[in-house]
Design a protein around this ligand. Structure first.
Ligand SMILES: C[S@@+](CC[C@H](N)C(=O)[O-])C[C@H]1O[C@@H](n2cnc3c(N)ncnc32)[C@H](O)[C@@H]1O
Length: 251
């Protein structure tokens, strides 16, 4: 049984170079997976700096300090795509040895092994994080395809990083509560359902009190839906090419 739809190797995703030199992909004439102004710059700006690292700082943890660490952050990503956000979270984890990250990502359309191997992120990520991530992708992909989900962990290597990828599409119900949501689905013009109320109610249900959500999306409608659920919405400066992004906090 196959649990997800891969892009046929006969029609692999198109590989594009973005403004900062890092790759992104596009499938079947659809939207690009990242900003053309800079894929890596966008991922670092929104999901790492305004997301994971800001959350650690708020909790009084220096993300670079191994002495302070000891924090656990449960991350949910909607739309694993290339895995760039997951690998950047691993980079943060490798730089803060006492930090523990439990990373769950949903992705019903896995990218093929060959396309992942073509991405140039190894030249940009510190601590060999992309290499570690990409080396584990083939086994993860097989498990995820045959069983509907795949997982790996670096805990036996003394690194507090656990990854779980599920083929089921969002919205769905998930066990456990998350502290930080990377809302990185395609935008409202390509995936309108994911930006509507039902999708956000499902997200609210699986997040812990005080949880954060970060996203490239900045539409007024999305902000109003979050506010309607009681979340506090902040508009921050976006990455190059984007005036604003949203960071929201659950009370
Ligand atoms: C903007 S791209 C994600 C970029 C990704 N985070 C990365 O760093 O490459 C959006 C992703 O959402 C996935 N997606 C589409 N529909 C989805 C759904 N219903 N649930 C979860 N993911 C979905 C797409 O396959 C695509 O990989």
């Amino acid at each position: 049984m196959r649990y997800f739809w891969t892009v046929s190797d006969a029609h692999p995703p198109e590989l594009l170079i973005t403004g900062d030199g890092s790759h992104t992909i596009r499938r079947g004439g659809g939207p690009t997976y990242h900003s053309l102004h800079g894929a890596l710059t966008e991922s670092r700006h929104i999901y790492q700096e305004a997301g994971l690292r800001a959350l650690l700082e708020l909790r009084g943890q220096n993300p670079k300090s191994s002495a302070e660490g000891g924090e656990r952050v449960r991350i949910l990503e909607i739309g694993l795509g290339t895995g760039l956000n997951a690998a950047l979270a691993l980079e943060t984890c490798l730089e803060a040895p006492l930090l523990r990250i439990d990373y769950t990502a949903l992705e019903p359309f896995a990218i093929p092994l060959g396309s992942l191997a073509d991405l140039n992120y190894d030249s940009y990520l510190r601590t060999g994080a992309w290499r570690v991530w990409a080396e584990r992708y083939p086994a993860l992909y097989e498990e995820w395809r045959s069983q509907g989900q795949g997982a790996w962990s670096l805990e036996s290597h003394g690194v507090g990083y656990k990854l779980r990828v599920m083929a089921q599409p969002w919205p769905c119900s998930l066990e456990g509560l998350f502290d930080l949501v990377f809302w990185d689905a395609f935008g409202p013009s390509h995936a309108p359902d994911l930006w509507e109320e039902e999708s956000l109610v499902a997200m609210d249900r699986c997040t812990a009190p005080g949880a954060w959500l970060v996203t490239f999306g900045a539409s007024g409608a999305f902000g109003r839906l979050l506010k309607g659920l009681g979340w506090e919405v902040q508009r921050l400066t976006g990455p190059p090419g984007k005036r604003e992004m949203i960071r929201a906090r659950k009370p």
